[in-house]
Ligand binder design. Structure first.
Ligand SMILES: N[C@@H](CCC(=O)N[C@@H](CS)C(=O)NCC(=O)O)C(=O)O
Length: 218
């Protein structure tokens, strides 16, 4: 039985780990208390040390009492279930369905954007030549954000901050650092996301990290 036990989130480098950023931001923005451990990437050894705590050898991992959970979206669903008062999904059932649809599209999709344009909180803003695949991903995400923001009235995708925003947080960084979109609604949404105290805390911590992962510096 995990109820009452401490939530412990294990993540990798804040500068690079986009999947870690999502549940971390979700919990921080909602004011949910948790302990965090940063397990830095060790690419030369294929991150073998992740196996010490992660069944999938990937981060993030959430430990809660004797329960171990992996997969960012499963972690976010679990925490939302533990804290229904935090409204990590929209209250309205149709909106909740939409928020899950766009979150799952992010979780399973946008492979070109994820592969070619890694999240990098410290990267100097500079454009990069990208493939047609990335252009298509950017265009689809611009449409998702436009439709959600128009339907909700903003400033977050479903009005108030939700897990859908946490799922797209690393994309906000990618759009900015590689100058992938100049759409007005994208810039406004990025300003909203980056003004979250939780975003600023993550960004500051990433700057203080001593590690560089060459493969991620594109
Ligand atoms: N589908 C997983 C993806 C997790 C993932 O790929 N995490 C990366 C870090 S951002 C990782 O652990 N990579 C280490 C490895 O594959 O060895 C999730 O949503 O949590």
């Amino acid at each position: 039985m995990s109820t009452g036990a401490e939530l412990h989130l294990i993540i990798a480098n804040k500068n690079y780990s986009s999947w870690s950023f999502r549940p971390w931001l979700s919990m921080k923005a909602a004011g949910i208390e948790f302990r965090e451990t940063v397990a830095p990437f060790d690419e030369p050894n294929h991150n073998q040390h992740f196996l010490e705590f992660s069944p999938s050898k990937k981060v993030p991992v959430l430990q809660h009492g004797d329960l171990t959970l992996w997969e960012s979206l499963a972690i976010m669903e679990y925490v939302a279930d533990l804290h229904p008062d935090c409204r990590l999904w929209p209250a309205d059932v149709a909106q909740r369905g939409m928020a899950r649809a766009v979150s799952h599209e992010m979780h399973g999709g946008f492979g070109a954007l994820r592969a070619e344009c890694p999240m990098n909180m410290r990267r100097k803003i500079a454009p990069m030549a990208v493939s047609e695949g990335v252009r298509a991903d950017v265009s689809r995400i611009e449409t998702i954000w436009a439709e959600c923001l128009e339907a909700s009235g903003g400033p977050f995708l479903f009005g108030e901050f939700s897990n859908a925003d946490a799922m797209y947080a690393p994309v906000v960084n990618r759009f900015e650092i590689y100058e992938l979109s100049s759409a007005g609604h994208v810039e406004a949404y990025a300003r909203t996301m980056k003004s979250l105290p939780a975003w600023r805390e993550w960004a500051e911590a990433s700057k203080a990290e001593p590690w560089t992962v060459e493969e991620e510096e594109v």
